[in-house]
Design a binder for this molecule. Structure first.
Ligand code: SER
Length: 318
């Protein structure tokens, strides 16, 4: 029986994607790996400690479990990467290259690898940034994602490795804590809101960024991986879009449900990262090629998080 391997399975996206893949394919078919302890979010099923830079161990796990598909998510996010530029490059790039090479050698069926809106830099159009806009990233995270996209296309064109990728916007979920991204203020803000605390925001009030609710991100990933190979016309990485909002706008959405919620703005070094990114994304090719369509807007996402987060974390909000 062929199985699925996930690297970075303890991360924000990894844990929810692992849980959904286990729902679809069965718990034992999905092998979660990470350098952190497994969490309950990802459901029951096999877990292996794996540093993706350890090629021998990666290969051993692929062989042991008869892996056919890999979701390679292990990486440092933008703000953490800016503080550890060489570690970020080594992990984000080295990890991908090792996985692509193993996929080629072992003729694996499919690889998923996440790219990001961070491939765009200050010279790309800010509004509805098109798929083919100039990619001159201003962050080491963006540089690693752009180079990674090119490696994916190279391995596809040269060696026929069926590697697929999405340029995720900021992913907003309530089940995991923020993971070092610039867009992660929009995760943290909900935790403060339901606890009745003031939120100190590291971005300015009007800094709009492309965002997506985790449920949509998981759906987009699975839809892309299930699409027939011939419908995938972009082998670097697809723009995908759902919502675009600023700290001021998400605050208004929260205040619709929790009128007493308060926010204060204290922009830091992450403002510069956000300023280099698009404000919204045009995702026409993803919609045309494999039928991408998001389900959540800002208010429906906010309502869902404010309802579910206290239950999930068993908070006493009475
Ligand atoms: N959410 C990511 C970050 O902020 C962007 O891809 O690092």
């Amino acid at each position: 029986m062929k199985r699925i391997l996930i690297t970075g399975a303890c991360g924000q996206l990894g844990s929810e994607l692992t849980a959904e893949l286990r729902n679809i394919h069965g718990n034992n078919q999905v092998i979660a790996t990470d350098v952190s302890e497994p969490n309950s979010l990802m459901g029951e099923g096999p877990f292996e400690y794996l540093d993706v830079l350890d090629n021998r161990r990666t290969e051993a796990i692929i062989d042991q479990y008869n892996i056919e598909t890999i979701y390679h998510l292990a990486a440092l996010l933008s703000a953490t990467a800016e503080k550890n530029i060489h570690t970020a490059w080594d992990l984000n790039m080295g990890g991908l290259l090792k996985i692509l090479e193993l996929a080629k050698e072992k003729s694996l069926k499919k690889i998923f690898w996440p790219s990001s809106i961070a491939v765009f830099g200050p010279d790309a159009p800010k509004i509805r940034t098109p798929q083919t806009a100039a990619c001159n990233p201003a962050t080491v995270y963006g540089i690693s994602k752009l180079a990674g996209e090119q490696w994916c296309a190279y391995y596809y064109n040269k060696f026929g490795v069926d590697v697929r990728s999405l340029r995720y916007p900021g992913l907003i979920g309530y089940k995991s804590l923020p993971g070092g991204g610039t867009t992660d203020y929009a995760v943290d803000i909900f935790h403060k809101a339901v606890r009745g605390e003031e939120f100190i925001c590291f971005l300015k009030k009007d800094t709009a960024l492309p965002m997506m609710y985790m449920a949509d991100a998981v759906k987009a990933t699975i839809d892309l991986m299930q699409a027939p190979a011939e419908s995938i016309t972009i082998r670097t990485s697809y723009n995908i879009s759902a919502i675009s909002f600023s700290p001021g706008e998400v605050t208004t959405a929260i205040q619709n449900d929790i009128p007493e919620f308060k926010i204060r703005y204290e922009p830091d070094h992450r403002q510069q990262i956000a300023d280099s990114w698009p404000m919204s994304i045009d995702d026409t090719p993803a919609r045309a090629d494999w039928g991408w369509e998001p389900s959540y807007n800002l208010q429906s996402m906010t309502d869902d998080i404010l309802r579910e987060l206290p239950l999930f974390w068993k908070l006493d909000t009475a």
